[in-house]
Every structure is written in structure tokens, then in C-alpha cells.
Design a protein around this ligand. Structure first.
Ligand code: FES
Ligand code: FE2
Length: 391
């Protein structure tokens, strides 16, 4: 781990023009994965879901993060809480992974299947059978653990440590300069899919954040309208990474000449004409991934499940007015398919990259200027290594 940490720090010190990919251990080493769990996933704000998934009291999303089984749930008081799924009786996960519990749904109460202790939507214990002989046992004192959470632009974030700097303050710049225009809080999640991935979470984050691979992986899907050559990256920021993907020149000219963009879904109302001539990509460190077009955006949630595996949720959002537009269902099906098509290209690249990382033939390789976001991520991770060394 120490040699690996040293090489990551060294890679992050390189100027952008000399940047390289990381050593394979960063994507394979179990002790480095433990470090990331402890120092990154348990200490940073992590996006879990969107409020459009939690419309009514009792609506929930279940997610496992850094060994913590979590339940994001809306209470009758309309508040959204991030609760631990660990039962306060003998610790069973009340909706254990791998036993057919749905990833989202609605509950009137949270019932532990083991001995039927039941909790209300705020996590308070409301039922515990056959406990009358347990002396001094006071049901009203028992509650599922609640983690610190925050909602930012419609996304529910958790900070397992309870110590991370306030979320909204950190993201003011990202919101005012970029993402605020989409009014993501009122957007609707219209599609989501879960993928078990045979690669380290960073393999996907790096893939998502660089557009260099449009040349190869997305030659037929994205490159024709979002050419790699024109993409550019915003300067380094301590909290996020942002990249612009201008449409190909002839499409930009058409949009400017027409004064509006012809898009499958209606354009988000907060956007101006110049916002319609590009797509953009954002990473809220460490793993909140956004891919924004004028008429939709994609949010990906990737969480490590091991050094070389991860759990991915891919989603698609539109403005609510899209759902009233004529032909919406057909448009949606077509766009979901288009999203799956480019996503499958990425899945193939990521899976095969992870295999390559296991090879004796692997060594760090030089990066293109179109991969600046990878260098930025390395520098952010190096910052976490330094923080842990200092603390
Ligand atoms: S462990 Fe949950 S009721 Fe016993
Ligand atoms: Fe891609």
C-alpha cells in the first residue's frame, strides 16, 4: 500500500502535459480498496438517489455503501432520511442484499424479517413481540441509526462520517455556473437500470469523464455528433470536474441559424441557445456522474463492491413537460435504447480494461489532453491520501 500510495502521489504531481495512467494496484489492490472505502466512501458526500424516486411517504431506495446497508425513505412528515438497515435487536439487515428485496418500493412500516421488530418511516421502533419480560426495555428509546444527509438539486446525498464540510456550500460554483440551469430538482427520472460490473469503480469514472474514447468506443454512436477533438475541460476544482462536449460544427451552425435546437425531448426551460450547442459531463468527487444534454441528463451511481467489482445504476432524466408531449412513449423508448447502446460500448471497454490491468504486460501509459479529467481525479485522490497521512 505504501509503495502504491507513493506512486499515486507521484503520478498526481506530474504536470498535465506529462500525465500518466495509475499503476494497476490502484484498481486491484485489496488494501487500497479498503483505504478508499474508509477514507473516501465513508468520508465524502455520496449521491444515493433522486427525490423523484421518493414521492410519497414510505417510498424507499435501498443501497449498500462502504459496508453500510442503507435505506433512503420518505416519512409521513415528508422528510427524507437516510437510515441504517441494521436492526436494533440483533443486527440483522432488515432488507438483506441477495434475498430478493427490491431496490426501491413503498413500505408502511419497516419490518425486520428475523423476529418481527417493526419500525415506522422515521426509524422509530413501533413493534417488538414477546419483549414484556425484558426488564426496563423501553420501545420508545429504540430507533434505527440515521446518517447525516442532504438534498442538493433533487439528489439525496449521505455523509457516513457526519464530518464532511457542508455540501451545498461546496457545490455553489457547480450549481451557479453549470448544473443549476437544468433545475434538476423538478426533473423526472424516467428510466433506471442496475448493472453488476466486473471492474473497479474508477475504471468507469475515468471512462465516463474522458471523451477521447469517442474516437474508438463510440465511433458510430457519439463521435458523429460529439466529436472527441472539440471537447475541453474546465480548470481543476477541489470538488468537481467538468468537461464540455460541443456538437459537431454543422449542427451548431444549424441551431444558431434556427434560433433553437430540435431535440427528441423538450429543452430544459432554464437553458439559453448557447447551452444547446454542447453536451457536458460532470463528476462530483468521488463518484457522482452527470451527462447533460439540452433535453435530458443521465446520472450514474457507481459504488465499489470489491477491489475489482462495482455496482452501477444508470438513469435518464427529462423535464416533466416531456411526458406530456405527443409521441413521448416512442421517443422515450428510442432514447433509452440509444443510451443503452453507448453504455454497452462503455461496459465492454471497462470490463476489458480491468482484465488488462491484471496482466504482466500492464504499465502506466501516457494520457492525452482529452483525458485531463483523469489527471484531475488522480490529484483529488492524492489529496485524500495526503489527508489520511496527515490525520
Ligand atoms: S434482528 Fe431484527 S428482529 Fe431480531
Ligand atoms: Fe463512453
Amino acid at each position: 500500500m505504501n509503495t502504491l500510495a507513493e506512486s499515486i502521489l507521484a503520478a498526481a504531481e506530474l504536470p498535465r502535459e506529462r500525465s500518466e495512467s495509475l499503476p494497476a494496484g490502484a484498481y486491484r489492490d485489496p488494501s487500497f480498496a479498503e483505504f478508499e472505502k474508509r477514507e473516501i466512501f465513508a468520508k465524502e458526500w455520496i449521491s444515493l438517489c433522486h427525490i423523484s424516486q421518493l414521492k410519497k411517504p414510505g417510498d424507499f431506495v435501498r443501497v449498500d455503501l462502504a459496508d453500510e446497508p442503507l435505506l433512503v425513505i420518505r416519512g409521513k412528515d415528508d422528510a427524507i432520511r437516510v437510515l441504517s438497515r441494521t436492526c436494533r435487536h440483533r443486527g440483522m439487515d432488515v432488507m438483506p442484499t441477495g434475498f430478493g428485496h427490491p431496490d426501491e418500493g413503498n413500505r408502511r412500516v419497516v419490518l425486520c424479517p428475523y423476529h418481527l421488530w417493526s419500525y415506522d418511516l422515521t426509524g422509530k421502533l413501533v413493534g417488538a413481540p414477546e419483549m414484556q419480560q425484558a426488564e426496563g426495555f423501553d420501545r420508545s428509546e429504540v430507533c434505527l441509526h440515521a446518517f447525516r444527509s442532504a438534498i442538493w438539486n433533487g439528489f439525496v446525498f449521505v455523509d457516513l462520517s457526519g464530518q464532511a464540510p457542508p455540501l451545498a456550500e461546496r457545490l455553489t460554483d457547480l450549481e451557479s455556473r453549470f448544473l443549476g440551469k437544468w433545475d434538476m430538482a423538478s426533473a423526472e427520472m424516467v428510466w433506471s437500470a442496475h448493472w453488476d460490473c466486473a471492474f473497479n469503480w474508477k475504471v468507469l469514472v475515468e471512462n465516463f469523464m474522458e471523451c477521447y474514447h469517442h474516437l474508438g468506443a463510440h465511433r458510430k454512436t457519439l463521435e458523429p455528433f460529439l466529436p472527441a477533438k472539440g471537447c475541453w475541460t474546465e480548470p481543476e476544482n477541489p470538488v468537481f470536474s467538468a468537461m464540455h462536449l460541443p456538437l459537431k460544427a454543422s449542427m451548431q451552425e444549424e441551431i444558431r441559424a434556427a434560433g433553437h435546437a430540435e431535440t427528441p425531448f423538450p429543452v430544459f426551460p432554464g437553458l439559453g441557445l448557447e447551452d444547446c450547442v454542447e453536451w457536458s459531463i460532470y463528476l462530483i468527487y468521488p463518484n457522482g456522474l452527470f451527462f447533460h444534454a439540452p433535453d435530458r441528463f443521465y446520472w450514474y451511481r457507481i459504488l465499489p463492491t470489491g477491489p475489482e467489482s462495482s455496482s452501477l445504476v444508470t438513469t435518464l432524466f427529462v423535464h416533466p413537460s416531456a411526458m406530456e408531449a405527443p409521441g413521448y412513449q416512442e421517443t422515450l423508448e428510442r432514447e433509452i435504447q440509444a443510451g443503452i447502446d453507448f453504455h454497452m460500448e462503455d461496459m465492454e471497454m471497462c470490463t476489458a480494461t480491468q482484465r488488462g490491468l491484471a496482466s504482466a504486460g500492464y504499465a502506466p501509459g501516457r494520457l492525452s489532453h482529452l483525458e485531463e479529467t483523469i489527471w484531475q481525479l488522480q490529484r483529488w485522490i492524492a489529496g485524500r491520501i495526503k489527508r489520511s497521512q496527515a490525520g
